[in-house]
Structure formats: structure tokens, C-alpha cells
Design a protein around this ligand. Structure first.
Ligand SMILES: Cc1cc2nc3c(=O)[nH]c(=O)nc-3n(C[C@H](O)[C@H](O)[C@H](O)COP(=O)(O)OP(=O)(O)OC[C@H]3O[C@@H](n4cnc5c(N)ncnc54)[C@H](O)[C@@H]3O)c2cc1C
Length: 426
């Protein structure tokens, strides 16, 4: 087998292609930094596409105003990643991301100071901050209690319009449901969101779907669909369905694999594709070496295809257990690439409470890397590991994002803060 080795030089090497790594790449190129982004695959394809900023803290206190929630977190969890980032910086990070996605044809919407109420596939209401524009009408329909019809499709798993309508019946009496056979799928036992989304990229299929649905429409002011309304240009699919059905439509997030998550990932990839300051290395980083004050050497790939990156700084965005930035072992939790110290419960027995839904959450979900205000990982001595090694995203300690509903907010805001710190330190 022939082996191929390349060497790249950059200001910043970003490791990890989840939301934190990809938004960091955007912030870096926007600041004129030559950037290498290293990683293969992305958990973003499984994510709902919603971007939460701060939803719940403490215990079951739900925040309508995410900024008030963040202010409380800053006071009560001094090590939380939000503790050293100002509201203005968080806001700027999102503004930059929204503008970039818009150019790629993916519209996101938010309300200045309020979380948005989003209907889930379980028929519950979830608070989020920044939502795909295709879901916005769902929030309006819910808040105005408008008579609405939720649609699902035969053979689609884990999404039941009937369940949504019956779970929400007390809060939203004018909600009803219908199950349709998606055009051209009568021969299939199961249908999958990505396939339906791709089918709806074809205008003829949108017309067929509207024809099937029209007889079920009565006084409904809105129509809600599972989030399958097209792949790369969902706004176009939504507009056309709205014209065909003569009323506003909206999407409801589905469980993974999620089309809005795939859209988000693809929009970022599209935007980076021809960017002159960004080089993408589609492999896992295997080794990071600090060259004693002269930057870093990162090796990615395997024997068949190897890439050496020489960079002034490194930004670690390798995620938690799912991304394998953190590894859970019998002896404890370790950071996978550099062996950085991981803040964690004293023993494995203390990782979880005995009740699954313990109001304080499980201590293992707060484990992670401690950083200084410049987002540089700290050693046991509390000194930074290296001047220009930074970390961002879910690998950071003290943010139990699934529980606090702050996953994407932490990913985007810390990526912005870390890139800004690196840029200013250059
Ligand atoms: C199923 C699911 C649903 C979600 N729903 C929501 C939601 O509703 N709202 C919300 O706000 N957030 C949601 N999120 C979470 C949000 O996406 C997280 O904030 C995000 O996953 C954290 O991003 P991250 O980039 O820090 O880490 P990750 O997403 O874990 O990404 C880390 C990346 O680093 C890569 N990596 C690890 N080691 C290496 C290496 N050595 N070399 C190269 N690459 C490496 C991994 O392969 C991975 O691609 C969801 C996530 C998932 C998975």
C-alpha cells in the first residue's frame, strides 16, 4: 500500500468537527486566521438542529429568559463555561453563526430575550434559543392556540402525530392529527426522515403530498410535519407547501437521525468548502505535541494517509464520551489526546445518583477539562498546559448540557471565546 504524507502550516489547528469545532473554524477564518480543521464525521447529524442557550437551572427551574438563567448560573457555578463570557460575546457568537448559515441557505431565528417554545416529537414543549426558521410557525401556532393539524407518515418510527395531539390536548385543544402514506412509499414497511426529505426536494412530490393532505384540512390554521421538509433548501419546500395548502406550515424535530442536524452540518461544510484560509483534514488527530514555545505539531490519519499540521495554536473541540474526547475507564475519566487533567468525581461509585432523574443531575455529566478565562486547559498546578492550547465545547467541565439545556450555547459561545483569546494572544 502506498502511503501519502502531507504537511500543512496554519495559525490554528482545530481538532473536532462537532458544533464547537465547526463554529470555531468559522470564527477563526472570519478573523483572518489560517486554519486547519481536523476530524471525521460529526455528532451534529444526530442532533435536533435546535440551539439551546440556557433552559433549566437549578433542578427543574425552566427559564423563559435564557440570559437571566445564565446570570444565575454564573453566580452559582463559578466553573461553568459561561462564567467568564459576557452576554455580548455570546450574542456576537450567535450573530456571526446565523449570518454564515443564512448565506448557505439555512435560516435560523431567535427572539432577543426569550426562549422559544418548540413542540417535540413526544408532544412535550421544549424551550430553545435559536431554532430553524422552518420550526418558527409551530411556536406561533402553540402560543396562539391556533387550530392546527399535525401530520405523520405510515412506516415512520418514533414520530406519532396522534401522540403529539393527545399529549398536548389539554394545553392546546385545537390540535388534531392525521397519518398519511407518503407518496411512492406504499411498498415500504418503514420510511426514514432523510429519504423523505430528499424526496421533498423534488417539486412534484411536494404537489403529491399537498394533494393527499388537502381533503383532511378543515378549519386548521397551521399544518405541522415531522422535520423532513427538504434537505439543503427547506425554506423553499416550506414556502411551496404553504402556497399549495394555503396556510402556514411548520416542522417538528424528530429523534435522531435528524434532518435539521444534517442540514446544519452540511451548511457549515458547504460554507467551508472553498474557503481559502481553511484546510479540512477528514481524519482523526492521533497525536498533539507542544514544541516548547514554538507552536504545536498535530498528526492526523493513519499509515495509508497521514497529515502533519504545524500550527501556532491548537483548539481542542473533541467533545465528551460520544465524541471520544473523554474516555471513561474503570480507573476514572481521562482526556484522550493529551492526557489533560479531568475534573471528575473522586470515585466511580460517585458518578451517578441512584435515581435516574435526580434533581441535581449526575456528577459524571459535570466532569471535564477546567480552563482559565482564556479557555486554556489547566494543569493540576492551575497553570495553563501551554500558552496557545485552548479548549471549547462539551469537553469543558461543569456544564451538564443535557440537563441544563445549554449544549449548543456552550459549544458556540466557548468556541468564539477561545478563538478570540487565541487571536488576541497572537
Ligand atoms: C442526539 C443529540 C441531540 C442534541 N440535541 C440538542 C438540542 O436539542 N439542543 C442543543 O442545544 N444541543 C443539542 N445537542 C448537543 C449539541 O450538539 C452539543 O452541544 C454538541 O454536541 C457539543 O458539541 P462539541 O463540538 O463540543 O462536541 P461533539 O458534538 O461531541 O463533537 C466532538 C467531535 O470531535 C471529534 N473528535 C474526538 N476526538 C477527535 C480526534 N482525536 N481527532 C479529530 N476529531 C476528534 C468527534 O468525532 C466529534 O466529531 C445534541 C447532541 C446530540 C448528540
Amino acid at each position: 500500500m502506498r502511503s501519502e504524507t502531507t504537511t500543512l502550516h496554519a495559525d490554528l489547528a482545530i481538532i473536532g468537527t462537532g458544533l464547537s469545532g465547526m463554529s470555531a473554524a468559522l470564527f477563526a477564518v472570519n478573523r483572518g486566521l489560517s486554519t486547519v480543521l481536523i476530524g471525521s464525521g460529526s455528532p451534529m447529524n444526530f442532533a435536533s438542529g435546535l440551539m439551546d442557550l440556557m433552559g433549566v437551572w437549578p433542578s427543574s427551574k425552566e427559564w423563559d429568559d435564557p440570559w437571566a438563567g445564565i446570570a444565575r448560573v454564573r453566580k452559582e457555578i463559578p466553573g461553568h463555561p459561561y462564567a467568564t463570557i459576557s452576554d455580548d460575546s455570546i450574542n456576537q457568537a450567535f450573530t456571526e453563526l446565523i449570518a454564515f448559515l443564512k448565506v448557505q441557505g439555512l435560516d435560523y431565528r431567535r427572539s432577543a430575550r426569550r426562549n422559544v417554545n418548540i413542540i417535540t416529537s413526544l408532544g412535550t414543549i421544549k424551550k430553545s434559543y435559536l431554532v430553524p426558521a422552518t420550526m418558527w410557525n409551530g411556536m406561533l401556532a402553540f402560543e396562539n392556540q391556533s387550530p392546527s393539524l399535525i401530520v405523520d407518515f405510515s412506516g415512520m418510527k418514533l414520530f406519532s402525530a396522534c401522540q403529539i395531539a393527545s399529549t398536548l390536548s389539554e394545553q392546546w385543544p385545537g390540535l388534531s392529527s392525521v397519518r398519511l402514506e407518503f407518496p411512492n412509499t406504499s411498498h415500504l414497511e418503514e420510511v426514514y426522515p432523510e429519504h423523505l426529505a430528499r424526496a421533498l426536494d423534488v417539486p412534484e412530490n411536494r404537489k403529491r403530498l399537498a394533494d393527499l393532505l388537502r381533503p383532511h384540512l378543515k378549519t386548521h390554521a397551521y399544518v405541522g410535519f415531522p422535520a423532513v421538509l427538504g434537505t439543503s433548501a427547506p425554506g423553499e419546500t416550506v414556502s411551496e407547501l404553504e402556497a399549495l395548502l394555503e396556510r402556514p406550515v411548520f416542522e417538528i424535530p424528530t429523534p435522531p437521525v435528524s434532518v435539521p442536524g444534517i442540514r446544519l452540518h452540511q451548511a457549515l461544510i458547504r460554507g467551508f468548502e472553498k474557503h481559502e484560509r481553511l484546510h479540512f483534514v477528514p481524519d482523526m488527530a492521533k497525536k498533539v505535541t507542544s514544541l516548547s514555545g514554538k507552536g504545536f505539531s498535530v498528526t492526523a490519519g493513519n499509515d495509508g494517509r497521514r497529515c502533519h499540521v504545524r500550527s501556532q495554536g491548537v483548539l481542542l473541540c473533541t467533545g465528551r464520551f460520544l465524541g471520544r474526547g473523554l474516555i471513561a475507564e474503570r480507573a476514572g475519566i481521562r482526556e484522550a489526546l493529551l492526557g489533560l487533567p479531568v475534573t471528575q468525581p473522586e470515585s466511580r461509585q460517585m458518578w451517578h445518583h441512584s435515581t435516574l432523574f435526580h434533581p441535581k443531575g449526575h456528577p459524571v455529566n459535570r466532569a471535564g477539562i477546567l480552563v482559565d478565562p482564556l479557555f486554556r486547559p489547566l494543569m493540576q498546578s492551575s497553570a495553563p498546559y501551554a500558552e496557545q492550547l485552548h479548549a471549547a465545547g462539551s469537553i469543558l467541565a461543569h456544564s451538564d448540557w443535557t440537563r441544563m439545556k445549554c449544549g449548543s450555547g456552550v459549544a458556540v459561545a466557548t468556541a468564539h471565546a477561545a478563538v478570540t483569546a487565541f487571536d488576541q494572544g497572537m
